[in-house]
Design a binder for this molecule. Structure first.
Ligand SMILES: NC(=O)c1ccc[n+]([C@@H]2O[C@H](COP(=O)([O-])OP(=O)(O)OC[C@H]3O[C@@H](n4cnc5c(N)ncnc54)[C@H](O)[C@@H]3O)[C@@H](O)[C@H]2O)c1
Length: 330
């Protein structure tokens, strides 16, 4: 199997590349290295089975060439992280909408199966939990830039499902706060990375707002399991799947306490207002819990790695390469 992984030098993408090569795939990585790093692919450095192309999903010629030369596509490339989205709303929107459209169109032209990496963010600030794939979405105003990421990801899903109506073989996964080795302090799963970095440095662990916002942290190996299962289950085509660990629901404040405990740190917890971190008008989702019945029933997927174990595995592997970075959302 020749597989194209867009965003393959990123946090999740690089774990996917490792998994696919272990299974015998030949992999092409397309990544512009904006938030991804070649060091994430260190295990593949001398592998004849992995080719890394530094380029953008906005480059239609590159997409055309790479899609035509592979059998299937995992599309993970995206502008991610609340800090990045709020910092460059236009650039993020263009990558996350036009870039995905480019990849989908090429897959349709060449009849290649494609998996789209979407996000729990598409549910917005709904207070209905657990979140089911067919639930209504409740987003904030267009004047609040943080919602542009959710809007673009939802557009990606609409596009993929519309292409599916035209015969494209596609499947969509919505990830819920993925964490693990190689996560980026500026990225989507930044809360865990930042807490670990701060606790290990003996700095105050900064919690946004009251810290009572609740999240389900999902270990990256579980995320990769769900991603591969979604791609390889024929009956899952043209469907959306939550990939998130509902058993690991925690408040951000309790997560901060757990990180301090597991690292044996003497750090204190400090609260920083959303306004101070992201400017006025920032809105956050209070509680985000996936309903994973569909993934269990139709893919045979359930999460395996609990929060304590995942945290210990992450801690064992984490190297803090960018100690000055404190960004992203919670
Ligand atoms: N990490 C999470 O918790 C989470 C949650 C929900 C959804 N997701 C989605 O999963 C995917 C992977 O996210 P991640 O957490 O690994 O983040 P990441 O930033 O590590 O990975 C994204 C990758 O895309 C690359 N990229 C960005 N713009 C590009 C462009 N124009 N052309 C080519 N490559 C480009 C980046 O360099 C990076 O390697 C993304 O689509 C993201 O939206 C992640």
């Amino acid at each position: 199997m020749r597989t194209l992984v867009t965003g393959g030098a990123g946090f999740i993408g690089s774990h996917l590349v490792d998994r696919l090569t272990t299974r015998g795939d030949t992999v092409i990585v397309l990544d512009n290295l904006s938030t991804g790093r070649l060091s994430n692919l260190a295990a593949q450095r001398d592998s004849p089975d992995v080719r890394v192309v530094e380029g953008s999903i906005l480059d239609e010629l590159v997409i055309e060439e790479l899609v035509s030369s592979c059998d299937r596509v995992f599309h993970l490339a995206a502008a991610v992280g609340v800090g990045n989205i709020v910092g460059d709303p236009l650039g993020s929107l263009i990558v996350n909408s036009r870039g995905t459209e480019n990849v989908l169109a090429a897959c349709a032209r060449h009849r290649r199966k494609i998996l789209i990496a979407s996000s729990s963010e598409v549910y917005g600030k709904t207070d209905r939990v657990p979140m089911r794939e067919d639930d209504d979405r409740i987003l904030g105003s267009t004047t609040v830039h943080r919602w542009s990421y959710a809007t673009a990801k939802a557009l990606d899903e609409h596009l993929a499902l519309a292409y599916a109506r035209q015969g494209l073989r596609t499947v969509i996964v919505r990830y819920f706060n993925i964490y693990g080795p190689r996560m980026d302090p500026l990225g989507y799963g930044s809360v865990m990375a930042n807490f670990l970095r701060q606790a290990m440095a003996g700095e105050a662990v900064t919690v946004y707002g009251d810290g009572l916002q609740r999240r389900c942290l999902t270990y990256v190996d579980d995320c990769i399991d769900g991603t591969v299962m979604a791609m390889e289950t024929g009956s899952a085509e043209a469907q959306v799947f939550n990939i998130g660990d509902s058993k690991s629901e925690t408040t951000i404040l309790d997560l901060a306490r757990l990180v301090i405990e597991v690292t044996g740190s003497a750090s204190e917890i400090s609260h920083v207002s959303y306004e101070r971190r992201f400017g006025p008008g920032f809105e956050d989702t209070r509680r985000r819990v996936p309903d994973t019945d569909r993934a269990r029933e139709r893919l045979g997927w359930t999460s395996q790695v609990g929060l304590g174990e995942g945290l210990r595995q992450t801690l064992a592997s984490l190297t803090c390469k960018r100690p000055d970075d404190v960004g992203g959302g919670q």
